[in-house]
Design a protein around this ligand. Structure first.
Ligand code: NAG
Ligand code: NAG
Ligand code: NAG
Ligand code: NAG
Length: 603
């Protein structure tokens, strides 16, 4: 079957059930049945609320399990289907150039599904004069040209930033900036295994006289253990470029800045001085050739891991992850009705922030640090990951240097990575027009350019902004014609929860799980209070009639069920977070007649 025919069939299946002309009543009835008819009454809401609310979601999505396993990934999948249809049906002539680029990238992904390390390596040899230490014999005359800091800088330009050093740049103004070099988070990365090396061994033929992958592996294995053992308390120090204590560090920054030369007085922040010292000692045990080859293996592995393109959905997700604003722009075109909702959504956010603020001020134990309230006072919402105004013109200007090919996936992929790096590192190039300068920060500080198969609110710390991607505003989370009841319970709870992203300092006091539980409780609590505190008796009876409920208590139960529906998934990973509400949220306990341990009660 050809790709387009397959696509066509798929699109037929994923017919847009939720278009805005669907009868208001039927739409809300459908949402009601999504949350109420799927209840699994074998479970008790007070002890297993997650299972009670979500267990049947999995059953009813058996057929689509290959395409998504969570509600958040379903939003992504369905939004992807719409964008695919747009790309198929819209004449090229009507597409802005950045959308054509997006289409070409997606198309090239569909053409080349398999990861071929050698093709990447050759592309970089040809386009970037890359010389691979892996492919150079140990006794070759030019083996001395390899220095690992130069190689690391080269890979950094393709987004590779999590080995040895993590480099980030912060601008004070268009010509004043600070570079920070920090310790990568070795705790979260995928360690290499011998079978990865066996794969390289079969897919990358090495010339005679080079160290083979299995030999290399013996050294790498021990080396990575040592890297992983380096755990130190953060201690920050600021240096001028010329005063940096390590030659390799200066060499790395010199290579990054090329063809420019770093200013001798440029400030460099080292966030973990002890790590840098220990790393410097470790380096002395290894030679340049090994370190360069290690980085190359890591880079190829990084590229292999970044590839998810077995299905059209995965290709579209890859395209979206690398060109999020193009995706967002298309989605906005497809959903003009969302523009009329903005005032309402921003108002909802304001109410939720106020309520979260009030709730947290009730903390008598001093658990909530002061900085957090400062964040709350200035936090902003952004609906849609696009520049505020003239988004089409701005995107055109930003992306006009990108030229992607409809067939060459590898080249496209590397070009995009390079493009993002340059956007981040060449502030002044965009300085001539005010609106470009104003949007610059937003452009490089927001997306992560990492494969992300779920739609969720995202908090961006440097800007103190909570971004709601437009595709979050789809059923079952949101619909223009949804009753406020549904809008407030799901989107309101997600906002309340998302605000917790701003509470970085809380990480010193709570572990990740606790923080998620706290965010969930406070998020749902705020949405609940905001909604029910302004609910009039006539609204209550209207909802009761509409949803065939006999009491306010049932309406409240339904509110909680709808609020957690977004968290339903196959793997039950969210159960603890959701169940926590039953023992810590008094409104919840009352609605479901749970006995709550008053010592545990938070709100
Ligand atoms: C590595 O590849 C070579 C052929 O390229 C093969 O002879 C050898 O057995 C492979 N080694 C391992 C451990 O797979
Ligand atoms: C959905 O999953 C099936 C089975 O893996 C796959 O064949 C199909 O291509 C997927 N659909 C999309 C749009 O990716
Ligand atoms: C949070 O509450 C404090 C104290 O009541 C108040 O001064 C502040 O303005 C509130 N901030 C927001 C964003 O509501
Ligand atoms: C309303 O709910 C009652 C039970 O609570 C049920 O017997 C009745 O059939 C429902 N009516 C409709 C229209 O769904």
């Amino acid at each position: 079957m050809t790709i387009s025919l397959r696509l066509f069939l798929l699109l037929g299946l994923a017919a847009v059930v939720w278009s805005s002309d669907v009868d208001h009543k039927a739409l809300n009835e459908k949402q009601r049945s999504i949350v109420m008819d799927f209840l699994d009454k074998d479970f008790k809401p007070c002890t297993s609320f997650y299972q009670y609310a979500c267990f049947k979601w999995s059953d009813s999505h058996e057929k689509t399990r290959d395409n998504f396993t969570t509600v958040a990934a379903m939003l992504n999948y369905e939004a992807n289907m719409e964008v695919m249809e747009y790309l198929e049906k819209t004449p090229q002539a009507n597409m802005p150039d950045f959308v054509k680029n997006f289409k070409d990238f997606y198309g090239s992904c569909m053409e080349q599904r398999e990861f071929k390390a050698l093709t990447y390596m050759h592309w970089m040899e040809k386009e970037d004069n890359m010389k691979w230490a892996l492919l150079t014999a140990d006794n070759a005359e030019d083996v001395a040209v390899f220095t690992w800091p130069t190689t690391l800088a080269m890979f950094r330009k393709y987004g590779f930033n999590d080995i040895f050093l993590k480099e980030t740049i912060t601008y004070q103004s268009s010509d004043k900036f600070t570079i920070a070099l920090s310790k990568p988070n070795y705790g979260t990365y995928n360690y290499l295994n011998s079978y990865h090396m066996e794969e390289f061994n079969t897919s990358i033929p090495l010339p005679p006289g080079t160290m083979d992958f299995m030999k290399l592996w013996e050294i790498i294995d021990k080396f990575e253990d040592k890297l992983n053992d380096m755990k130190f308390e953060k201690e920050k120090k600021i240096y001028k470029f010329t005063e940096l204590p390590y030659a390799w560090m200066r060499e790395y920054l010199l290579a990054l800045a090329k063809p420019k030369v770093p200013d001798a007085n440029m400030e460099i922040v080292l966030d973990n001085v002890a790590y840098m010292e220990a790393f410097d000692r470790l380096l002395k045990e290894y030679d340049n050739l090994f370190l360069t080859r290690y980085l190359e293996v890591r880079f190829i592995y990084h590229m292999a891991m970044a590839q998810k393109r077995d299905t059209p959905n995965e290709c579209m997700t890859t395209a979206k992850s690398l060109m999020p604003m193009a995706f967002e722009w298309i989605y906005a075109e497809l959903h003009p009705e969302l523009q009329h909702e903005m005032a309402k959504i921003y108002q909802m956010f304001e109410n939720i922030v106020k309520n979260v603020n009030r709730t947290l001020h009730m903390d008598k134990h001093g658990l909530i640090p002061k900085e957090l309230f400062e964040k709350l006072d200035t936090i902003q919402l952004k609906v849609g990951n696009l520049p505020q105004e003239n988004s089409k013109e701005i995107l055109q200007t930003y992306f006009n240097v990108l030229h992607l090919s409809p067939t060459e996936y590898y080249g496209n992929y590397l070009k995009l990575l390079r493009f993002h790096y340059e956007l981040e590192h060449t502030y002044a190039n965009y300085g001539d027009t005010n609106h470009l300068r104003d949007n610059k920060e937003f452009f490089y500080k927001t997306p992560e350019y990492k494969y992300d198969p779920e739609i969720h609110p995202e908090y961006y710390a440097p800007l103190n902004i909570l971004v709601l991607p437009l595709a979050l505003l789809r059923p079952p989370v949101y619909h223009v014609d949804f009753e406020d009841f549904f809008k407030q319970s799901s989107l309101g709870s997600l906002m309340g929860n998302g605000i917790f992203g701003s509470f970085e300092t809380l990480h010193d006091r709570f572990d990740d799980d606790q923080l998620q539980q706290l965010a969930q409780v406070v998020g749902v609590h705020s949405a609940f209070e905001v909604f029910f505190s302004s609910l009039q008796p006539e609204d209550i009876s209207r909802y009761q009639t509409m949803f065939n409920l006999t009491s306010l208590q049932e309406l409240k139960q339904m509110f909680f069920l709808n609020a957690v529906h977004y968290r339903c998934e196959w793997y039950v990973a969210n159960a603890d977070v959701v169940d926590f509400m039953a023992t810590h949220l008094s409104d919840f306990a009352e609605s479901f007649d749970c006995k709550m341990n008053s010592f545990l009660k938070m709100f």
